[in-house]
Design a protein around this ligand. Sequence first.
Ligand SMILES: Cc1ncc(COP(=O)(O)O)c(C=O)c1O
Ligand SMILES: N[C@H](C=O)CCC(=O)O
Length: 469
Amino acid sequence: MQCAALSSKVATTLAQKPVVATRSGRKAVAVRAVAAQVTETKLNTKRSEEIFKEAQELLPGGVNSPVRAFKSVGGQPIVFDHVKGAYCWDADNNKYIDYVGSWGPAIVGHANDEVSDALKAQIDKGTSFGAPCELENVLAKMVIDRVPSVEMVRFVNSGTEACLSVVRLMRAYTGREKIIKFTGCYHGHADQFLVQAGSGVLTLGLSDSPGVPATTAAATLTAQYNNLESVKALFEANKGEIAGLILEPVVGNSGFIPPTKEFLQGLRQLCTQEGAVLCFDEVMTGFRIAKGCAQEHFGVTPDLTTMGKVIGGGLPVGAYGGKKEIMQMVAPAGPMYQAGTLSGNPLAMVAGIKTLEILGRPGAYEHLDTITKRLINGILDAAKETGHAMCGGSISGMFGFFFCEGPVSCFEDAKASDTAKFGRFHRGMLEQGVYLAPSQFEAGFTSLAHTEEDIDATIEAARKVLASL
Ligand SMILES: Cc1ncc(COP(=O)(O)O)c(C=O)c1O
Ligand SMILES: N[C@H](C=O)CCC(=O)O
């Protein structure tokens, strides 16, 4: 992680300010999450507010996924109307440069013409068959060709589904029950992962979730990211009982936290030595940080891999894959049951195929790398010039920064950053026409549609906002 200037300003940590003051003056309790001090906005968000007010009567918290609700940055969410390329427009027709990209899938730009044309053509042929189709083979071959660990793949409908299936597979393959995950890593909302999880769970300050059976939670052991000794200790204390280990090969769900190569290599070695299955959860990093995913970037090959987001090109798709020997355990080839009515549906396959095809063209990852480095370096420089402690970094089209001196190498470090300042920064950027993930504990994403002009405008906006904090 690169570090910008130092500041003596006191850090405000998670769980210190439980109340969010909304722009409309109403108060909303953000479950032990930090509140940003929201100043009167210059944006006209009247329509967004009306829609969100109605949504709160219809949907729990007004949303269909918690982190969208802006609970930890204050104010109300911007309600989207449409998206194109690197931009999104809200219901009041305000335009933003978007660095969320639908939480990752929009890597070739929103509503990409080629993807849209392919989808339109498929709609006339049918959107769901519930039967084998050749498109499944096409996407499977693309995945197998690109991802070093994958010899066989099963398509599902979300990242959560991929991760919960992979844990069942680890257990079926080893005949063991316990798994290891890392604090602050998020692998979807299945019971076994809601133990010291990242993303919305962390944003809302929920260390665990009611409804998860104690026996399920007890089978999930947690270690500290980038700390090999903490993993060794778990293997020692649970000799012969660990089915496998799942991790984000680059963390995005506690904010952006890269691993050390030695850490990934050490995990590979330990799993082999202990007879446990190593799974890289590449739902976020897959096809984003390299053509062959994080495992290609770091040169460390897991036994199993989960995928999502990019692989669906904006439609709901997930996948898990790995060594043939393990994948052959999945029904109907083997006894481990996993199924899905809409799995491998032709619409989603078409979006995935076109997206991976575009990403396979020369220069795609170079573009992502160049513009994202330019962005993060610009923001770090702006923080330095304006006297704010900030550290951050990027790998290809994934980036992040924290308001602290750094380095941030695990969730525990991330939690100690100034999240209240992030909330004020987020609001300021929104007013400048830049849409960042509404939580300190989420990574940022760029796309092939982002231009140097977009990046420079974003850096200029950041400089203005930082100077005002
Ligand atoms: C690393 C990782 N794994 C799993 C998931 C779950 O994916 P989904 O939201 O598609 O269920 C996510 C994102 O939500 C993720 O970032
Ligand atoms: N961090 C999550 C996925 O990566 C954000 C998406 C969500 O949960 O809505």
